[in-house]
Design a protein around this ligand. Sequence first.
Ligand code: NAI
Length: 718
Amino acid sequence: MKDNQRILITSHSDRTVTWTLTRPDGRANVIDRLFLNEMSNALEELERDKLVTGLIIRSAHPKIFLAGADLSSLSHLPSDEMEVLLGDGQDIFNRLARLDLTTVCCINGPCLGGGYELALACDRRILSANPNAVVGLPETSLGILPGWGGCYRLPRLIGLFRALPTLAGGRPVRPRKAAKLGMVDEIAPAEVLEQAGREALNTGKASPRLHWDNLPVIRQLISIAGRRKVLSQTKGHYPAPLAAIEVMEYGLGAGCEKALAREREVFLRLSRSEISANLMHFFFLRERAKKVPAPVGGGDYPEISRVHVIGAGKMGGGIAQWVATRGIPVILSDLSPDALGFGLKTVHSLLDQAGKRGILSPLQARQAMDRITPVCEPVPIRKGDLVIEAIVERIGAKRTLFADLDTRSPGGTVFATNTSALSIDCMSVAMKDRSRLGGLHFFNPVHRMELVEVIEAEQTDPAVVRSLLHFVNRIGKRAVLCKDSPGFLVNRILLPYLVESAILWEEGNEVLAIDRSMTHFGMPMGPLRLLDEIGLDVAGHVATELKFRLPHLATPPPMLAGMSEQGMLGRKSGSGFYIYSSKKSGRLQPNPTLGKLGKRAANRAKETEMSERMNLVMLNEAARTLEEGVVATPEDVDFGMIAGTGWAPFRGGPLRHADSVGIRPLVERMEKLADTYDERFEPCKYLLELARKDKTFYPQSSESTHTLSSKQMERIQS
Ligand code: NAI
């Protein structure tokens, strides 16, 4: 036991034992084969020693309790070995549940997946009040289900009615809600968590709970309603939540052994599916985005200690709120008190929402607000400051601003623009030191979108890029590193898709049919609806800029400009392709006045033809981003598109999806479409080359997410 590397055991004089979950390298606690072996041995000791009355399980990691199964080893396991691991885990957790002593988990940080299944096998769960201490079973978001007893135990603990959305939705649950649902027994301030755990040892073994919703007929009705809801939300693209509902319902009527056997069987079936492989792929893409290889060389910049956000509009307010919440002081500036007032109102309302949802405590929200200093006059800039520009999207205004900032900033100051599509090298022409300007392209709404594109312009010092990448990581966002090129990565691929949807509308297709073709494909919303969300004016502006710089793209239909002129700007103006009312409920209706904008053709296309056209223009631009070196790898493209636009995660991203369909048939189809329409469908060189050599974007799909390309290796800092 002395050499344990995952579970350290301490025996106390009061006949209790503590297991401390740990890793010698200080990394996040996860459940791997070694963990299970050590747990099995530790249980054997407790099963032998009849004098021990209580067990506390705690974590040595300052922030994480137990993050779940070690997915990097799990995803490579052959099916037979996976089956053994599942069975062993179930046996071990059963032994924990059956111990003849009181067992308490003191959960100081995230306790997810297998981690929460372990907690479920204990008598009591005490959770830290820290909002980062989340619990839950997110397996369905990976296309699988909890296979170590989670489907069996959760409904027994909290009842099927509450367990169903928690398990099928797969979202981590924050402390207040977890206590309300009964997922934990108590919340305690972090400082007294273990004391609360010790006190809970006196409450004895947990007795089975009775829940009205677990009774036979009621649970059937709940399952039917749950299945219906999941189907309407996922359009049938995600089988795991449905399987989880079925397994939970079955488990409530079966004994432990049979229920766990069904859990194993369904887990194995799901884990072998392409959907699960794609969702795992996205999981690893997210992990990879935490450690984007940074360019080497260049100067030296100090750690960023303060942020200036210039422009307190929609984006500036959102960025200021996010950065201040991460503990960094912010100076928020705008031209007038009114404009500044708008920004502060945005910050206030975001903090308020975060408070209401239990993401921030009232104290944390107040401290974040206090970190923001609003100003209408230029303030001194000092070494270690990062200036993020979020003013209007006009090259002249941005150029003048950076020229001024440059003259009044000392060395060691980093500048970043949040531009959507303007050239950063054009923006820096009037600066003396152009090397300190890079791009930080946040997405709207900032608090929801985890992606930030970090832009490296021709003139940008690699040290500035490193500093920006580090900053993105520090504020808890995930980065994709892009070259300064039109629309960078996401807008470059997204805008041609949106323009194609508008062209389809102009050709005579119905708004609902166009949108349905893409939601059926797996997009979170249709392209015309997305245009309404972005704003017809903003999207039109970016599309025109892109067409100007990339002539092969389709010309945005004049009707888009017409809509803006008529004040149909989308959701913000109450009408666009759809009509918006203040009432939240009900289906959105297409805007009946659209027809008055001009005569449309009457060429209706089939749903599959529409989605094919929209997907192929995206694929062409996605391949071009690799051809032109805008990003380094297919992983960057797939991660950027899923994280930045919600591109069907269950398909693994546009390039992984193209690989699975086959590049050659896609290229042949594009060539046919180019004959029928125009050069926008002409496959780019990169695609032609892949088709000619019968290759795919990913060398070997299953391995590529875990390894770095040679190009990336070259860029890694020594
Ligand atoms: P906005 O129009 O809501 O806000 C711009 C703010 O900048 C206004 O409050 C204006 O008074 C202020 N401003 C203008 N010139 C200024 C100056 N010289 N000094 C200080 N303040 C100045 O614009 P929004 O939507 O926040 O966009 C800002 C930037 O972010 C743009 O470059 C835009 O392309 C980019 N962006 C916008 C996204 C969106 O969805 N709105 C998404 C991602 C990037």
